[in-house]
Write a protein that binds this ligand. Structure first.
Ligand SMILES: [Zn+2]
Length: 137
C-alpha cells in the first residue's frame, strides 16, 4: 500500500529481527497507517524530495518486536509515529539531521549512536502536541 508519493507501508513493517524470530509485524490497524502516512507527508517525503531515496531501518513495531529490539516500553514505533533512518555516511547523516531539524513540525529528532553505527530517529504526532525536540544520544 502506497502511503505517500515515494513510500509504501511495507517499508515500515518489514524487519529482519521479526522475520528471524517469527514475529508477525505486518498486521497494522488503520490508526497506525494514518500515523505513518502523516509521518511520511510531514517529514520523510520532504527529506526524500531533498536528498533522493532513503532507507527506513525500523518503522512500526508490534509490542513483541519492540521488546525483541530493546525499544523503550512507550516507544513511538509502537504507534507508527516514529521511524529510524539509515545513514549512507556520517556526512550525509549530518546533512539529513540538519535538514530535518529545520522542518516546521516534528516531535523528536534524535541522533542515535552506538559503537559501530549511527542512525536518525524521528517522530511526529498526528494528534497531540509536537515538541520539536532535538536530542543527541
Ligand atoms: Zn527509533
Amino acid at each position: 500500500m502506497q502511503i505517500s508519493k515515494n513510500f509504501c507501508l511495507s517499508e515500515f513493517t518489514r524487519s529482519d529481527t521479526a522475520k528471524r524470530l517469527g514475529i508477525n509485524n505486518d498486521n497494522v490497524d488503520m490508526e497506525v497507517v494514518l500515523n505513518l502516512a502523516f509521518l511520511c507527508h510531514m517529514v520523510l517525503q520532504p527529506l526524500r524530495d531533498r536528498f533522493g531515496p532513503i532507507t527506513i531501518s525500523s518503522g512500526f513495531r508490534t509490542k513483541a518486536l519492540n521488546q525483541a529490539v530493546g525499544g523503550a516500553p512507550n516507544s513511538q514505533h509502537l504507534t507508527g509515529e516514529a521511524a529510524d533512518i539509515s545513514l549512507p555516511s556520517w556526512q550525509e547523516g549530518k546533512e539529513y539531521f540538519r535538514y530535518l531539524s529545520s522542518l516546521p513540525i516534528y516531535d523528536q529528532l534524535i541522533w542515535e549512536q552506538r559503537t559501530t553505527t549511527c542512525w536518525i530517529h524521528i517522530s511526529i504526532k498526528r494528534l497531540g502536541t509536537n515538541r520539536r525536540q532535538i536530542l543527541s544520544d
